[in-house]
Ligand binder design. Structure first.
Ligand SMILES: [Zn+2]
Length: 571
């Protein structure tokens, strides 16, 4: 036999959790053709001596629905070993939606996921109306990695109900139409149905899906169940520490999971405001399993961070005096920030806003300086990151002054990070260890101006395996390949096994990890985003072709659309 690609001399970690073994891996026609000792010829050979050869990672919580059209390699996820991504989470999709109503779908995505409407308008060639047509558009579009997608409730509701979707309940006919659309989508290969019970628009009004009563969600999920396929993903309800609300919500979830038999999934974090809440959610997973349903949580590998910097946003951008400075080019800002009089004025405003309210960059009115206890200086990628409040005290300056000083010391290329959740590493570990959780929650493609969690898989390998030794490499690889691939039904991914798709990551376990994020203006229309690459990943192979070599795109676009089980004959 002769091979298209052979990866030689690596330590094979096949994704099953079984111990590593030394072997070569031979690929023919995009599939794994041999695992063993290979001496035959190959068109291309990669020497993986000293490296781990693992299945490509799967990220099941992304929002790349729009990005796929202007950034086919799926950055920044692709830099961290991801070879397959599930998009359309939380009810936000670009289909079903006719081109003339694109503004409505974009409205939902812009607010809830902070995806630039300018980038979407400039970067998307809207050629579809129905969800099956959207899947075909993605299938026809050149892609670096593989994509699967949910049909999203907000888009669906808006498609069926028009503007009323944002304010009213569906009529019987409208509900029937939504059910039909979901069934059609799942038959055409949608991986499931997603909704949000919580996200809001810019105007602080709910997105379309959050207007729906639970009975609508229940009817749609049960209709999907009738097809015999499909997963249900939801951004859950806020229960405000109210035990009655929580009992009611948990009861409805359990009932729906059991009666529909549909796998149900949602993201889980630990929040400072409700420190033990996540444990109740883990118990719900156990209860659902005991009652005969299937439910699993998507969990993170670290704190969920919001990053600010003078290169992107600061909390003060729209405040008095800051406004005029912050709209200048960065080199001019540096000159101004070095001027003691100007600096003193800025520090004054930022320290004591004098009871006035200012809109932050999400449009919400804030009258308080940030809680500097919670803001940390991100001077290295892995931490420990010191608190602004502590360092300000040491230096005897106001925190706002420290922020300016530190930024200037780094030519404004310094991030300050605030954790929104998962601050306690012990909680993070406990959530990752629960049998009904999956490590996958990057939100990649969304919030690109302030959140960069596409590195959560490399963080698992660097922090939890190498530094903390909380998991073996075999366990960690399984957690980000086989586990998500199996739960999302990606039947031929997530394992290195003969006959399966050749999605492979070759990495150095001694050095693998995330690089420092950077601020880039490379979105369509020049819009800004955070970018984060990885170190220690030698080769990323998708469907048998080398997508990235040393984290650099080779130009290959071997990605495929991954359709659900009812549509697998359609490529
Ligand atoms: Zn999401």
């Amino acid at each position: 036999m002769s091979y298209d690609l052979v990866i030689k001399n690596g330590s094979v970690i096949d994704g099953s959790g079984a111990p590593a073994f030394h072997a070569d891996l031979g690929i023919v026609d995009g599939k794994i053709a041999m695992i063993g000792r290979i001496s035959e010829k190959s068109a291309e050979t990669i020497d993986a001596e000293g490296h781990v050869v693992a299945p490509g990672f799967v990220d099941a919580h992304t929002h790349m629905d729009a990005q796929v059209f202007w950034d086919p390699i799926g950055s920044c996820s692709c830099y961290h070993g991801i070879t397959s991504a599930v998009m359309g989470n939380c009810g936000f999709t670009l289909a079903p939606c006719a081109k003339e109503n694109a503004e409505l779908a974009i409205r939902n995505l812009e607010r809830a996921e902070d995806i630039s409407p300018l980038a979407m308008e400039a970067g998307i060639d809207w050629t579809w109306e129905t969800y099956p047509e959207y899947l075909n558009a993605v299938a026809a579009h050149p892609k670096g990695i593989n994509y699967a997608g949910y049909i999203g409730h907000s888009a669906l509701r808006t498609y069926v109900m028009g503007e009323r979707a944002f304010t009213e309940q569906a009529t019987e006919d409208e509900l029937a139409a939504m059910c039909r659309n979901v069934q059609e989508a799942v038959r055409a290969g949608a991986i499931g149905f997603s909704t949000s019970r919580i996200h809001q628009l810019f105007t602080n009004e709910p997105v379309a899906s959050s207007v729906a009563e639970w009975s609508e969600v229940r009817a749609i999920v049960n209709a999907m169940s009738d097809t015999g396929a499909g997963i249900f993903e939801l951004a859950g309800e806020q229960t405000y520490r109210d035990p009655d609300l929580k009992d009611d919500y948990f009861g409805r979830q359990l009932q729906l999971a059991v009666e529909s038999g549909v796998p149900c999934t949602w993201g889980l974090i630990s929040a400072k405001t409700e420190p033990q809440d996540w444990r109740a959610y883990l118990e719900l997973l156990d209860d659902v399993a005991a009652a005969g349903g299937r439910m699993f949580a998507q969990v993170h590998t670290r704190a969920l961070n919001s990053l600010v910097s003078f290169e992107s946003h600061t909390p003060f951008d729209s405040w008095d005096h800051w406004r005029e400075i912050r709209t200048l080019p960065l080199d001019e800002q540096m000159v101004k920030l070095r001027d003691p009089t100007i600096k003193a004025k800025l520090v004054d405003i930022a320290t004591d806003p004098g009871g006035k309210s200012f809109p932050n960059h999400w449009g919400a009115m804030v009258s308080q300086p940030p809680n500097w206890e919670k803001v940390r200086i991100m001077d290295t990628v892995d931490g420990e990151h010191r608190r602004m409040s502590e360092v300000a005290k040491e230096r005897g300056v106001a925190p706002a002054e420290l922020m300016i000083d530190l930024a200037l010391e780094h030519d404004l290329k310094l991030f300050f990070r605030t954790s929104a959740a998962n601050e306690d590493d012990g909680d993070v570990l406990a959530m990752m260890r629960h049998p009904h959780t999956v490590v996958t929650f990057s939100d990649s493609g969304a919030h690109v101006g302030q959140i960069m969690d596409a590195s959560m898989q490399t963080h698992l390998l660097s922090h939890w395996v190498r530094d903390k030794e909380a998991f073996t490499l075999e366990e960690a690889v399984r957690m980000v390949s086989f586990e998500p691939a199996t739960r999302w039904g990606l039947h031929d991914r997530g394992l290195l096994r003969m006959g399966l798709a050749a999605d492979v990551v070759v990495f150095d376990p001694e050095t693998v990890g995330a690089n420092m994020p950077t601020v880039e203006h490379d979105l369509p229309a020049g819009e800004m985003r955070l970018k984060q690459t990885a170190r220690g990943i030698k080769t990323t192979v998708v469907n048998g072709q080398v997508l990235l070599r040393d984290n650099e795109h080779t130009g290959a676009l071997p990605g495929q659309i991954l359709r659900g089980p009812l549509a697998r004959s359609v490529k």
